[in-house]
Structure formats: structure tokens, C-alpha cells
Design a protein around this ligand. Structure first.
Ligand SMILES: [Zn+2]
Length: 163
């Protein structure tokens, strides 16, 4: 298990656009393994490559429903007009949370860890995580979308909502 350092807000790399992945090499797979390790170690539900200093279009998500998602070169598109408004957090913004409105459902097209295309619909928390992580690939931090003020996370809530 190898943990990578999570970049925190204020680090300029978090505000940069990422580049598409052209091929999945052993190094890419190692990065993805490390991203999962780093995410689980920090009790997160998602992590994008820029958060560990890599400007590539890769994110991983596991909201705890038994599925691990690797999304390479993803396209995340809202499905319908329904939205959800709720608490969101980010491993790059430690101990904070804020209210963000996201699509209730999204469609995701991406390449998997073997660089094969796949697609799926996501709803609720999974849709929120996909939208949040996809924003990281375009240099967008959730704090720019928070309605009202960022709040301090209550300690007992630390296992939830961090992405
Ligand atoms: Zn985040």
C-alpha cells in the first residue's frame, strides 16, 4: 500500500485543467492503486488525480456500496433536470463542508483500468461524487459552488461526505 500526499486548497495544481490519458501503463495502474489506498486511508468516497498532483483525467470513487469505480477520460452529463442539494466535502479541503446543488442523476462515459470504454447512470450520492470528482479534472473546487458559508465538520460526521 502506497499513500500519496493529498494536495490541499491553495495549491495551484488543484485549479488546473487536466490532460486526457492516451494509454494505461503499469505506472498508470500503480497511480490508480495508490489513489484508492490514499482515498480509503483518508475516509473519502472519491479522489481525482490532481488531488495527488497528477494532471491527468483520472478519478476513483467508492461510496461504500460495494462498487469501486475507475474513471479515465470521463464525460459526466446530467440526466434530466432533477437536482439534489446537500452537504459536500472534499479531501483537499480538510475538516470543512458546505451545501452544494448537483444533478440528481448523471450519465458517465469513461475508460476503465484496462482502457476499455464503459458507461453507466448514477443517482443520488454516487451522482454527486461523480460530478464532484469530474469537476476536479477541470480545476473546479466545490468551494466555488457552495451555497452560503463553508462550515466546520462536526467530528462524528468525518466518516461521511468527504470526497
Ligand atoms: Zn474533492
Amino acid at each position: 500500500m502506497a499513500l500519496r500526499t493529498i494536495r490541499v486548497i491553495g495549491d495551484p495544481i488543484l485549479e488546473k485543467e487536466t490532460k486526457a490519458v492516451k494509454e494505461v501503463t503499469d505506472k498508470t495502474k500503480e497511480l490508480i492503486r495508490d489513489m484508492f489506498d490514499t482515498m480509503y486511508d483518508a475516509n473519502g468516497v472519491g479522489l481525482a488525480a490532481p488531488q495527488v498532483g497528477i494532471l491527468r483525467q483520472i478519478f476513483v470513487v467508492d461510496i461504500g456500496d460495494g462498487k469501486r469505480f475507475v474513471c479515465i477520460n470521463p464525460e459526466v452529463t446530467p440526466l434530466g433536470d432533477e437536482v439534489q442539494t446537500g452537504e459536500e466535502g472534499c479531501l483537499s479541503v480538510p475538516d470543512k463542508q458546505g451545501i452544494v446543488t448537483r444533478p440528481m442523476k448523471v450519465h458517465v462515459k469513461a475508460m476503465d483500468i484496462n482502457f476499455q470504454p464503459y458507461e453507466f447512470d448514477a443517482e443520488g450520492l454516487l451522482a454527486r461524487a461523480m460530478a464532484h470528482e469530474n469537476d476536479h479534472l477541470h480545476g473546479i473546487m466545490y468551494v466555488s459552488k457552495v451555497e452560503g458559508e463553508l462550515e466546520d465538520v462536526e467530528y462524528e460526521a468525518l466518516d461521511e461526505g468527504e470526497q
